[in-house]
Design a protein. Structure first.
Length: 290
């Protein structure tokens, strides 16, 4: 079955390649485009067994089974969004991948749309209180025990939110919770430029972290701030969750309190109304109506 792009153009891969300023990510045969796939994350993880090199980018115009966390769905409008996965082999912990990818999305939005986005713990990118992008990090290990990670990123780029909502059959209507870059910046956005910028930001932070682990500074070189500390601080600074009264849904249980801080591992420190400080490693944060 052909891809029904409903009058919109598919990704222009040549334009993307012309604009790519990365060293490895998506360069040459590390860029794979498919008009439609089940899920770029699933495909990238399958490809990891044949092509384990870091920086392989899988791109699509439409997913038939886009994945969110814990079995949830990621909805897209064919031909309008950014839907990609990057194969990585981090020497560092996956929580830092959540940080560098969400920061890269915030930075690309600022560059391309001149709009300030923020991060909702742990991995949603919001404009105002509406979700514009989601991130799904999945990991596995190869036969030598080394980690393979797939960083999946979905960004609502063009079209209005009503159109996006039409593509979903979700209990919570996306019209109430989501937005698109076109809606917030008032004009259509080049997906090719956005992807080029996004990959550049992710590659820069990724290699800085890889090098921090493999290299000690040579004698006589200036000792700079370690990249991991800078990234943690920037991520913390972009977390719109901090200081807010929140609820955290963890399966069937709900915790509430004030999001006081995050620790070095990205865990959320929640001050419960009883005064107790609890560390949250997973869950869905909601902001009750103010
Ligand atoms: C995420 O999960 O936000 C991760 C989304 C990752 C999507 C990318 S696309 C490329 C790659 N390939 C994949 O198959 N996935 C990745 P989570 O935090 O669990 O949020 C999922 C929830 O967000 C859903 O239950 C909906 O409520 C909401 N949602 C779904 N689609 C949305 C959209 N397009 N915009 C805003 N919210 C959406």
């Amino acid at each position: 079955m052909g891809l029904d792009l409903q009058g919109v153009s598919p990704l222009d891969i040549e334009a993307l390649q012309r604009n790519l300023q990365t060293q490895f990510f998506g360069i040459g045969d590390r860029l794979l485009y498919f008009p439609t796939v089940e899920s770029t994350n699933t495909l990238a993880m399958q490809l990891a067994y044949e092509r384990p090199e870091e920086g392989l980018v899988v791109l699509t115009d439409s997913q038939t089974a886009g994945k969110g966390r814990r079995g949830r769905r990621w909805v897209d409008m064919p031909g309008r969004n950014v839907l990609l996965s990057i194969l990585l082999r981090p020497l560092f912990s996956p929580y830092m991948l959540v940080m560098i990818t969400s920061l890269a999305v915030v930075d690309a939005i600022a560059d391309i749309c001149q709009v300030a986005a923020s991060i909702k713990w742990p991995n949603d990118v919001l404009v105002g209180d509406r979700k514009v992008a989601g991130i799904l990090i999945e990991t596995s290990h190869d036969s030598s025990g080394r980690m393979v990670a797939i960083a999946g990123i979905g960004v609502n780029v063009n079209g209005g939110i009503e159109e996006l909502a039409e593509h979903s059959a979700m209990q919570v209507p996306l019209t109430a919770t989501a937005t698109t870059l076109e809606s917030v910046c008032g004009h259509t956005v080049s997906r090719e430029l956005f992807i080029a910028r996004l990959l550049q930001y992710i590659e820069k932070s990724y290699f800085a972290l890889q090098q921090e682990i493999t290299k000690l500074p040579a004698v006589g070189t200036e000792i700079t701030e370690p990249s991991s500390r800078m990234i943690r601080e920037r991520w913390r600074g972009q977390l719109a969750t901090l200081g807010r009264t929140i609820t955290v849904q963890q399966g069937n249980s709900v915790l509430s309190g004030i999001a006081e801080d995050v620790d070095d591992s990205g865990e959320l420190l929640l001050r419960r109304h009883s005064g107790e400080l609890v560390s949250i490693t997973w869950g869905d944060v909601e902001y009750p109506a103010r």
